[in-house]
Structure formats: structure tokens, C-alpha cells
Design a protein around this ligand. Sequence first.
Ligand code: C2O
Ligand code: CU
Length: 571
Amino acid sequence: MRSPLLSIPFIFLLLFVPLSFASKARHFKWEVGYVFWSPDCLENVMIGINGKFPGPTIRAKAGDTIVIELKNSLPTEGVVIHWHGIRQIGTPWADGTASISQCAINPEETFTYRFKVDKAGTYFYHGHYGMQRAAGLYGSLIVDVADGEQEPFHYDSDLTLLLSDWYHKNIYAQMVGLSSKPFRWIGEPQTLLINGRGQYDCSLAAHVIHGSTTCKTNTSQCAPTVLRLHPNKTYRLRIASTTSLSSLNLAIGKHKMMVVEADGNYVEPFLVDDMDIYSGESYSVLVTTDQDPSSNYWLTVGVRGRLPKTPPALAIINYLPNSPSKLPKIAPPITPTWNDYAHSKSFTYKILARQGTLRPPVNSDRQIALLNTQNKIDGYIKWSINNISLALPATPYLGSMKYRLKNAFDAKKPPEQFAANYDVMRPPINPNSTQGSNAYILDFNRTYDVILQNANALADNVSEIHPWHLHGHDFWVLGYGDGRFTNKDVSKFNLKNPPLRNTVVIFPYGWTAIRFVADNPGAWAFHCHIEPHLHMGMGVILAEGVELVGKIPNEALACGMTSKMLMNNHP
Ligand code: C2O
Ligand code: CU
């Protein structure tokens, strides 16, 4: 029998230890494998986690350590998972980028990702090898404020909306097409998904309104997303986009949204009727359920920036205690016209840092200008940055840089500027380009400005949207402009309240300027988040302070030249 005297201090310990050591390690065991799944009611093969799509939501508190034992159960291909928006301070080998931060995990092997989530916010994770993200390898990662901390705004409860797009053609056929001559473009996705669910070839609205029978929601895997809300409450919607191609716009019938967070950083709150979300971005918006409570409402997600061949996705805003199948009184909101760029710019320009956000250094030490062009290499269509189309090497940069292995990647310094007379408004006069694995080696702790310059693609009068995402850092968005950037634009940079982000868009024929401090030792990808564009070479590698990187786990090095080094017991 237990002594009551002994158990009292024990209870005491139980109560107080977790409070005083609140940050904790959260352990997960995941198995990545193929699954039969019907994300849009049509059955297909996807890459799932623990037999499901999308992957499980990770929920943690700022300061926690996440430990994921990831087993690769894909029978014939490697895998890695990237934790998008997590800076991996001190753990660059856990960034989950194949050929950059680690070797792809071989079939039947396990890799343990261990990293700290240091900042509250809305994040997600996804495959970062080949085009595995487009095959469904993704999920949400939500970091709440640490115990005792408070968000700078009030809400009663939060909900997560992970947005994506879905192709019926498998990613292997997509990849082969993209690297074929003649080129075979993947086209537009068949369906937009909300929390991994959509309805192909049937408008949900039509289905509900007309009782259409083409909508065979015979599986719960494609059942419409329902947000069950109580009247007169304020909800935080955590919205993130991991689309392969599509830029999106989201609107809720009759409800305004107050934008409060972007990419894990607080922004100065502003009210909108609809909002754009580019691939790689995340936002939090506050929505107050102050409309007629006897009705339900529609939430619409539509395509921007490309002639939308993909129908909008719908979710139901269900005011409780109404039944979720009660028909909304008003039609789904219509998202803005796909090419209304003025509308998109006006939304994007409103995103400013919330008071109290860390300000950028007043001056930068270096400037790098990156020209984004569509090119031809030996007749194959590619995307290039300063005329180099990224081709990833066999040995991941992090290991080969840290151990100074020769010839692991192109050692030549990539260009930091592009030709002064390049006409960004016309197709390239000489579309020829080269493939390369060169890396930008940054001076540790220096402040860098990067000017992302958009241009005309190969076809006349075409310039596309590209959302650029930086690993390992947040950056300040100093400004945007139309046409070609000139050094006069520097005087217009916003140094007062530029938003901190990890993903930023460049508009057609425009430029975007960002600033960051190269203070996180590691090798980091910086790339267009459109999956086929990255696959076609649209990215660069930035590295800084690699000599300061701690012990890289051997499992991250077990390929290419670093594996030979391990066999010789070198490190
Ligand atoms: Cu979300 Cu390098 O990507
Ligand atoms: Cu792109």
C-alpha cells in the first residue's frame, strides 16, 4: 500500500515540474508510403504519412523540440521532409532538403528530424525531393505561444485551412514531361483542395443547390470541409498554401477578414474582403461570426494569375446549431478576376510589420540582384537565375561544404548581378542558358539585400508570378516595383515597418527587394515555390558560416562524396 506521505510530494512534482520546464520534446513516429486516396472523389495513388493524406498536424508550443522518426516506406525512392518556415537555428541538417541539407532517406531507412520550433506561428511541412510535395506529401505545423505568453490579439478559437492543388497525372509523368523535348507542360491542376479535400468535376455549390448527381462524394476522403462556428465569436483561421502551381484567393461570403499574421510573424492588422495566398505563404486572419445566425455561408478559394481552368474550391461556414447541410442563403463569393494584378498588388502592399517587430539594419553590406528568366538549354525549357539553371549535385552542399570536399558542386562563384542592358519587358534575345550547381557563399553576419527581378518568359507578352521562399531565415520585404529595378529605387525602401516573412511574390514584369542577415550557419535553398518551376531549375543555394555548423548526423551524409568520407572514418 502506498504511503499518503510519499504521494503528496509526488503529486507536487507532477504539478510543478511541467510548469517550470514548460518547453518539451514532442515525439512522433511517421512512416511515409504510397496510399490509395480519393482527395477529389477520384481514386489515385498519393504519398501519405501513416497511411493517411494529408499528413498529421503537428501542434507545439514555442520553445518545444520536435522529434520525428521518419521511416521511408516508399519501396523504390528516397524521401525527405522540409519544415517550411522553421529556421533550423543550429540544426541546418534537419531542414529536409535533398541534395542541400541531407541525403535523401533510402527506402526502409529511418531518419530522425530533431529541431526547435522557436517562434509561434502558422507553418507547414512538405516533401522536398523531386516533386513529392505535388504527390501529397504535406501537412500543417502550428506553433502556439509559449506558456505564459500571449498573442497580441484576441480570439476564441482557431482553425486550420491547408490549401493545395491536385493533378490526376502522377508526378513521374509530370517530371518526365517537364524534362522532355518537346516540352510537355503539366497544365492546370484538376482540383483545388482545402485540408486535403476537393470535389472533381462537380461544383459543390451546384451539388448542394441543384442536388447534382455528378458529385459522387461516396467517400469521406472528399467530403466538403465544414468549419463549425458559434455565432458571435472570433475565430483565427490559419491559412497556408502548399500548392504545386496555383496562386490562390480566398473569400468568405458576408464576412470580412482581419489579417494579423504572415509566415509566422505578426503584421499590422488590416481588414479585407478577400485575400491572396501564394504557394509557400501562410496567414492568420480573424473572422467574427456576426452575421445572420440562421444561415450558413460559403468560403471560396479561387485561382489567380493564370487563366483558371481549375474550378474554385468551396468550404461551408456552418453557424451552429444549423445543420451543415443547410443551404447558404447567398451564393458563394466570386474571387477577383485572375489577371486583376492591381487587386493583388493592393493586397500585398498592405502587409506591414506589426509595431514591435524587429526592424532591419539601416544599411546593407552587399546587394545581390537575381534575374528570373525562362530559357532553353539544348532545346529543353528551363528557368534560370542570372542565367544559371539550378541542377542539384549528388552530394548535399551542407556536408561537402563543411568538410571542404573538392568537386562536389560547381565551385565557380555565381553572378551577383545581371547585364545592365537586359530588357525585362521582352523575351530573351539569346535564350541559351547553362545548368549549374554553383552556390552563393555569403559572409557570415553580413546584411544582404536581394533584388528579385522578374522578366518576360520565352513567349511574347508573358511574365508569370513567382513566390520566392528562403530557407533558414526570415527576411524583411523592403519594397516592390514594376519594370526593371534601378538603384534609385533603394531610396524608396521601407525601413520603417517592412514585414518579416519567409516567402514573397514577384509580380509579372516587376521586382521585389528583401533584406536579411546571414546569421544562420548552414546551406539554404532560396527558390520559387512553384514545384514545376523549381524542378526546371528556378532556385539558388545560399550558404553562410558553414565552418560553424555543429556535428552533422552521419545519416545526413550517407550519400555521394560524404559517404566515402564516412567510410574512411574521416570526420
Ligand atoms: Cu516550402 Cu524549399 O520549400
Ligand atoms: Cu516560379
